[in-house]
Design a protein around this ligand. Sequence first.
Ligand SMILES: Cc1cc2nc3c(=O)[nH]c(=O)nc-3n(C[C@H](O)[C@H](O)[C@H](O)COP(=O)(O)OP(=O)(O)OC[C@H]3O[C@@H](n4cnc5c(N)ncnc54)[C@H](O)[C@@H]3O)c2cc1C
Length: 458
Amino acid sequence: MSSPVIVWFRRDLRLSDQAALVEAAAKGPVVPVYVLDDETAKHRAMGGASRWWLHHSLESLSAALEEKGSRLILRRGRCEEVLPALAKEVGASEVHALRHYEPWWRNAEKAVGKALTLHLHHGNYLAPPGSVTTGAGQPYKIFTPFWRALHERLPPPDPLYRPHTIAAPESWPESEALDDWGLLPTKPDWAGGLRDFWTPGEEGAKARLKTFAEKASRYEGQRNLPARNGTSFLSPHLHFGEISPAQVWHATSSAGGSVATFLSEIGWRDYAQNVILQYPDYGGTSAREGFDDFPWRSGAQAQEDLEAWQQGRTGYPIVDAGMRELWHTGWMHNRVRMITASFLIKHLLIDWREGEKWFWDTLVDADYASNAVNWQWNAGSGVDSNMFVRIMAPLSQSEKFDAAGYIRQWVPELADLPAGEIHDPSPMARPKGYPQKLIEHRAGRERALGAWESFKGE
Ligand SMILES: Cc1cc2nc3c(=O)[nH]c(=O)nc-3n(C[C@H](O)[C@H](O)[C@H](O)COP(=O)(O)OP(=O)(O)OC[C@H]3O[C@@H](n4cnc5c(N)ncnc54)[C@H](O)[C@@H]3O)c2cc1C
């Protein structure tokens, strides 16, 4: 029997369209492994909601491999130590994996590549990040020309088949028990809403895609309305690689109507990877020179305001609905992510990095590149971003995007208010227990613009 080949799974927890698995399975026996490596990721180790997702996604992957007569080996520790040790144990000389672009994964790939023959494959993006360049061979910084250039290279290749068989090694190495990893919350168990809402794993991803494909043509008209389920809900499945963007593309692109708008959102996902390749510290450092010296509020009152934002108690119904949806389901509607981010940064004048951190911990789709790119876009600190002085008015956004039903769902204490009042209840109309606004819109706006003027003047 030929020596086994290791498949190193990370954010690519699927059997279909999995180039590393297809290559390895064609060579001989396969040892699939997932390494929980918090040490390499350091402060970027997965947050609570992502860990919940990971647990269930690994369960699902493991079951799918077992159906093929294979197994998923679980190990903990630094990849650069764990993988060479495993390779020695099973007599493997090569490792196959999909390439990842987070700075810590790039470092880990370098280190593993020094110890073993590491074959890195493309598969988690429409095109390999870094490969879409200007005529002069430079990476793009701005989304629109990036998307135009990427679009010319599409469609992506057809998805790869799911291997029919995956040969097992002569003997299996030991695996740790998933339950011992403590990925699920226990005291307290805050994951009830996540369980109700999501089915992590490849099958759950395919079901979401099927449901969405039927309405993809109506995306443009629906996507900004938080009370409607008009978007795909694919983000955590795409983040964990339970489905590939090529699969999403091929299942939706012929839908007609406004599907092109949806496909360009998938393009934003590629764009974000392109940005972190150029700016590996994008999650912690503003791209715009000097922006990290912005006069953000700090101290006890700012901390209290941050906590009110996190808990959905700002007194702005649309903001509170979004923050509570996030806490309950691990996901928030994109329009509301923009409104809540703008509110934190501008009305509360709190550093965008505080918001980024909170989303990192609470989103099931928390993605280093997409999160950082969107926070910096909203703050006005990014390479391609909104201007700081464009301050979203949460109350008119709420009316414009017809969020009454959404507010009723997530802020039930306001559910009895009439449509005309629910977006901005008067102080007297607020039921007992629902807070007054942390700051009036006009005062928040003026404070933000004043801070901007003083910052610019420095
Ligand atoms: C402050 C802020 C933080 C965000 N953080 C994340 C994050 O950590 N992870 C994440 O996946 N998305 C993030 N987004 C982008 C976006 O909100 C989500 O991708 C989207 O809401 C997911 O829902 P969906 O799958 O139904 O999206 P759809 O509208 O159905 O879009 C399809 C797919 O396109 C991608 N996509 C859509 N919009 C964006 C975008 N603006 N940037 C990058 N990719 C996009 C996602 O993979 C999404 O699943 C953030 C947006 C904001 C404003």
